[in-house]
Write a protein that binds this ligand. Structure first.
Ligand code: MSP
Length: 890
């Protein structure tokens, strides 16, 4: 008898929602992506293979597994598509009926069996529902057997597949065995609260992710990661807004585009297949006006400015995969196709409208959105426009969008912008005007259903994100749209957070995955504008300070999501402190030592001591933190942790004193330098997305055979995995110091900068990054009036007793005091108008003892006495009880 061949299983997905099951392969040789017909509970089903076949693991729980019948034919695939269309229609129709009849139930999913003999409607309800009438209606409409299936939380979890409402892997996947309370281990592994009273689903809807037993979770997570790794998680699609061609690129455009470049490089470095899109938005009034002003034809004008954008990006090392223009034929065709689709669906209507229109934003504003009657972005009064136009029935999708955002907490991030959109959706959502009569504006895309009108701006521009991928059939669209992420600034939150998801839904396209929203770069606290003459041009700064320093500054200084004030002074400070001092010194002193002591050739080493291992542990921790922060778009934090590592390595050098080892212990010296160069390699890889030139320069100096994207993040998993192929070499400094720049005006944000300087000067630490926690820094940035506890603790405040007081000749205001603060201090105080000298003797006062000394009327004052001023005069602050002179105030 022949031996039975070992049983192989594959994972098969059935719906776009990601529901998966395991099946035996039978005798079929299957590959990922194959469409197959499998045995279903009743009859057969068509699914897609989404994992490599693997042997059934003997340790897997023993549960019945069905098998693959055969490979699907073209006819099967066509039939499945048709079934999906029926399902979508059944969903829409049933929801409509439920609403009409005000039935207390929530429809979750509809499934049509492959043989179309059964249409199952899954719903949730907390009460008994009488759906006899509804079923009758459904049977009549769809002419098949109808089943209403009430499902509980657990089933709903199953319906949602591997990714739950909360966006977590497996949070509410299949195979929930029971609803035991969550273990602490599980909560920890899913980053949930560890307080038993607070453990609840992150999605806030179900006890979904809490229902697992830990082992089930761990087992399913493994399988899931395998599948996700091969399907969606190794793909990344990022877009910038497409910029209006009515102005040339400035620092704001550069920031968004550099962010997109940094995140795209990060994902490339993580081994993802990445697509990065940017481009220009070329229709509308604004562009026509700008062309008229410059005396060119509109076409010549848009070609010229678009070219400037296109050519600027490579100059600042932006590597986009495609540059889209709304005047491209392919784009225009896609816009018309989507319009036809939405029109055919009944979501576009013709009507008269009068409203307040901002040309700058190219949209109507409601009264509540205007600030003192003006556009909040352009601070100009909108024009009253009244005309007949086409409207998109956005209001149809309001409920859906509210629900979608509620169940996808990361859809719009950071949270402040998600909240803004939610708040907006609380009011009624007006329909969107999508056209202009051709007689008033011809520079747009003619509507497919009315040649007298054009569409432009939002119904035109937003569609670039899919037209560039070749919607609907292009391979790029199929591949990248499911993982789409947009980056925008807060100015265009509403079109991206509201119009765009509704447009996609109306066109039957899945929503994007994340909208990442950042704040505004201001110059001296105000908007950048041509009229103020304060436009900061990216190329000017990149040429002056070097491209990498410019990229670093933008990403390090702005907290993604918050506004930031741009000053050249702070750019120079960061340049000198972070790049020239911390990073530049680390690299140059280390390379110099390797060249000086070993002629650039280190020997492999394995004799690590505790201090070396602790540095190694610190770098692994930093790699993990960095990855996490990059994925969350908290770039400044990612850079802060890299600088923590740089600081630690500089400290390690100071403690190990390689220069002393050079005369005592060559072997130990070799080990220490190995550890240092290993960390520098790690730092270079982590910095590559931000500063590609610098990172590659360091990698060349380290003598590594591979550099840049070829040195991926996973090559760092093992200490010393990437071997040196050439001797380490000395090189000129990466960032020679530049002269400080003084800005004429100081702004409130400088509070923070002064604070940082203060830290820099502190003896306790080499770098601010060791002392300012990222969250604290973010808080300080958010509320510029705040000071950190460290700030406060740096003040030396003491109780003092005034021992002597005398007037200063030539001054009506000042008194010279001698104060006992544990030591005798001379302090000059502006008290002469309020106190007689003899009144002051033996008075107790509060003194700031560590102010920088100043000389007033030729007397050196070393400290300051605290006083309060109101309309009646100035009074000294005194302790409530007599205290010992010199007592500290904390
Ligand atoms: N054309 C529209 C976008 C259509 S996208 C489908 C548009 N163009 S724009 O030229 O005005 O670009 C706006 C975007 O430029 C902002 O969302 C942001 O990405 C960037 N920035 C412009 N000025 C900025 C600052 N001062 N600060 C930060 N980024 C800003 O709106």
């Amino acid at each position: 008898m022949s031996k039975e061949s070992p049983k192989k299983i594959v994972v098969i997905s059935f719906r776009k929602d990601g529901r998966i099951h395991e099946f035996y392969t039978g005798n079929f040789v299957l590959n990922k992506g194959d469409k197959v017909i499998v045995e279903a509970k009743e009859g057969i089903e068509l699914g897609t293979v989404c994992s490599k076949p693997r042997l059934r693991d003997a340790s897997m729980p023993d549960r019945p597994i069905r098998k693959v019948f055969r490979l699907a034919t073209a006819e099967d695939i066509e039939k499945k598509k048709k079934n999906e269309r029926i399902e979508a229609e059944a969903m829409r129709f049933c929801k409509e009926q439920i609403e009409k009849r005000k039935m207390p139930m929530n429809l979750i999913a509809v499934e049509l069996s492959f043989d179309i003999r059964r249409l199952t409607f899954f719903y949730i309800s907390t009460m008994r529902v009488d759906f006899r009438e509804l079923v009758k209606e459904l049977v009549q409409k769809f002419n098949t057997h109808v089943e209403m299936k009430q499902i509980g939380a657990r089933d709903l979890a199953g319906k949602l597949g591997g990714i739950g409402h909360c966006g977590r892997q497996l949070c509410c996947s299949l195979f929930l065995s029971n609803f035991d309370p969550i273990s602490i281990r599980m909560a920890k592994d899913q980053d949930l609260s560890l307080n038993p009273d607070k453990i609840s689903g992150i999605c806030g809807r179900l006890m979904c992710c809490l229902a697992y037993e830990y082992d089930t979770y761990a087992e399913r997570k493994k399988t899931h990661e395998e599948i996700m790794g091969q399907n969606s998680q190794d793909l990344f699609y990022i877009t910038t807004p497409i910029y209006y061609v009515n102005a040339e690129p400035h620092i704001g455009h550069a920031y968004t585009t550099i962010v997109a470049d940094v995140i795209a490089r990060f994902y490339r470095l993580s081994g993802f297949d990445t697509f990065f899109l940017t481009g220009t938005d070329e229709h509308g009034n604004k562009v026509v006006e700008a062309a008229e002003k410059s005396g060119e034809t509109v076409k010549a004008y848009v070609d010229r400015i678009s070219k400037i954008f296109k050519e600027t990006w490579p100059k600042i090392n932006i590597k986009n995969d495609y540059f889209v223009r709304t005047t491209d034929k392919n784009h225009q065709d896609t816009v018309r196709e989507i319009l036809s689709k939405v029109y055919a669906k009944g979501d576009v209507y013709f009507s008269e409208y009068e409203g307040k229109y901002c040309i700058g934003c190219e949209r109507f504003y409601t009264d509540t959105e205007l600030v003192q009657g003006k556009c909040p972005i352009h601070l100009t009064e909108p024009k009253i426009i009244s005309e007949e136009n086409y409207f998109f029935r956005m209001s149809n999708y309001q409920e859906w969008l509210i629900d979608y955002i509620a169940t996808h907490p990361d859809f719009i991030r950071p949270e402040r912008y998600r909240n803004e959109v939610i708040a907006f959706l609380r009011g009624p959502l007006e329909d969107l005007c999508i056209s202009r009569p051709k007689k008033r504006l011809s520079w747009g895309i003619p509507l497919p259903f009315d040649d007298n009108y054009v569409t432009y701006v939002w119904f035109d521009a937003l569609i670039n994100y899919i037209s560039a991928l070749g919607y609907p059939d292009g391979d790029l669209f199929k591949k990248f749209w499911p993982v789409a992420q947009h980056i925008i600034a807060k100015d265009i939150l509403k079109p991206h957070g509201i119009f765009w998801p509704c447009m996609l839904k109306a066109a039957g396209i899945e929503p994007y995955q994340h909208l990442n929203v950042h704040g505004y770069w201001n110059v001296n606290m105000g908007k950048m504008s041509k009229s103020l003459g304060n436009i900061v041009k990216p190329m000017d700064l990149a040429t002056k300070y070097g491209l990498d320093a410019f990229r670093y500054f933008l990403l390090r200084d702005m907290v993604f999501g918050l506004d930031s004030d741009f000053t050249e002074e702070s750019l120079v400070k960061r340049f000198n402190a972070d790049l020239a001092n911390d990073l530049g010194n680390l690299v140059s002193r280390s390379m110099n030592m390797v060249v000086k002591y070993f002629d650039g050739k280190l020997q492999p080493s394995s004799q690590f001591k505790e201090e070396d291992i602790s540095l190694q542990d610190a770098s692994y921790k930093v790699i993990e933190e960095y990855k996490d922060m990059m994925k969350k778009f908290t770039f400044h934090k990612a850079l802060i942790v890299v600088w923590v590592l740089i600081g630690k390595t500089n400290k390690y050098i100071d403690t190990m004193k390689p220069w002393a080892l050079a005369t005592q212990d060559q072997e130990r010296l070799n080990t220490v330098l190995n550890a240092i160069t290993e960390v520098i390699k790690i730092v270079s890889v982590l910095l590559w997305p931000f500063m590609p030139h610098t990172a590659e320069k360091i990698q060349h100096q380290l003598g590594l055979g591979i550099v840049g994207v070829k040195l991926p993040l996973n090559s760092l998993e093992k200490w010393g995995k990437v071997k040196k192929v050439r001797p380490i070499s000395k090189a000129p400094p990466l960032f020679p110091r530049v002269n400080p720049v003084k800005e004429p005006k100081r702004t409130h944000l400088d509070v923070k900068k002064v604070t940082e300087q203060g830290f820099k000067g502190s003896k306790k630490s080499d770098s601010i990054f060791d002392r300012v926690k990222p969250e604290m820094e973010e808080k300080m940035r958010e509320e510029p009036g705040l000071v950190s506890l460290e700030d406060f603790q740096r003040l030396d405040i003491r109780v003092g007793t005034i021992k002597e007081a005398e007037t200063i000749s030539g001054s009506k205001k000042l008194l010279k005091l001698v104060v006992d603060i544990g030591e005798r201090r001379t302090i000059v105080a502006g008290m002469a108008a309020y106190y007689q000298t003899n009144e002051l003797i033996n008075k107790q006062v509060i003194v700031i003892a560590n102010l920088v000394p100043v000389t007033l009327m030729k007397v050196e004052s070393r400290g300051m006495i605290l006083a309060v001023e109101d309309e009646k005069g100035v009074y000294l602050l005194i302790p409530d009880q007599e205290s010992k002179p010199g007592s500290k105030i904390s």
